[in-house]
Design a protein around this ligand. Structure first.
Ligand SMILES: Nc1nc2c(ncn2[C@@H]2O[C@H](COP(=O)(O)OP(=O)(O)O)[C@@H](O)[C@H]2O)c(=O)[nH]1
Ligand SMILES: Nc1ncnc2c1ncn2[C@@H]1O[C@H](COP(=O)(O)OP(=O)(O)O)[C@@H](O)[C@H]1O
Length: 206
């Protein structure tokens, strides 16, 4: 499917820093819009319904799956998460660039539907740093942190399937890399769209 807007997919193990990086990208680049997923997970302390997630009951989530309302969905760390079809398609059809913060299973589903989507995987610099970021964040119980670290090994093994990998060691450096990828994605697809334009045809370089 070809739309004027770009889809930017960011995946990472829990604690690698993807939410912080995406937040910084959104502050620096007003052309990028966030996708707000639905989840059956309970909200964390500072999270708001409709801002970080649409917090959804199991029944509501089931009904959305049944109605075909999700572009993709997956079970991650024992909860279900999904991207609403309508919110994404409307916005990329209008030319917006949309960033999706989703897990690797969802990223692979998105690439199958939108071959032009760019898939970015964020890695932590080390296991020790990943654990200490999860602990410092202070949002999850020790059991939840252990589950997330266990799942991180499976998730990180998927990194080579992504178009780009960013190591989030120095935060500003990682934000710079993320911005550069978004910029390159825009140039790539604007060049492809131009290649189909009348100017290219008249110059015989289409
Ligand atoms: N497939 C899929 N994964 C999602 C979606 N929304 C969030 N996730 C992923 O679910 C995982 C858990 O997210 P969350 O509970 O917010 O924890 P965090 O990664 O520690 O901040 C992360 O890998 C998210 O990227 C979605 O709509 N679809
Ligand atoms: N480059 C970095 N250096 C040090 N701490 C970081 C870095 N990037 C993120 N963090 C911190 O690590 C913790 C986890 O980041 P977060 O963005 O919530 O991760 P994720 O969304 O991948 O689970 C947060 O406390 C965040 O402030």
């Amino acid at each position: 499917m070809d739309y004027p807007g770009n889809l930017i997919v960011v995946a990472a193990p829990s604690g690698a820093g993807k939410s912080s990086l995406v937040k910084a990208l959104l502050e620096l680049d007003s052309k990028v819009q966030p996708s707000v997923s639905h989840t059956t997970r309970a909200p964390r302390g500072q999270e708001n319904h409709g801002r970080e997630y649409f917090f959804t009951s199991q029944e509501e989530f089931d009904a959305m799956v049944k109605a075909g309302a999700f572009l993709e969905w997956a079970e991650v760390h024992g909860n279900r998460y999904g991207t609403s079809k309508k919110a994404i398609e409307d916005r990329i059809a209008q030319g917006a660039d949309v960033v999706l913060e989703i897990d690797f299973q969802g990223a692979i589903q998105i690439k199958q539907i939108f071959a032009n989507a760019v898939l970015i995987f964020i890695l932590p610099p080390s296991w020790e740093e990943l654990r200490s970021r999860l602990e410092r964040r202070g949002e999850d119980s020790p059991e939840v942190i252990e589950l997330r670290l266990k799942n991180a090994a499976v998730e990180m093994a998927q990194a080579s399937k992504f178009d780009f990998v960013i190591i989030n060691e120095l935060f500003d450096r990682a934000v710079f890399d993320l911005k550069a990828i978004v910029h390159a994605q825009r140039l790539k697809f604007s060049a492809q769209r131009r290649a189909r334009s009348d100017t290219f045809k008249s110059l015989n370089i289409g």
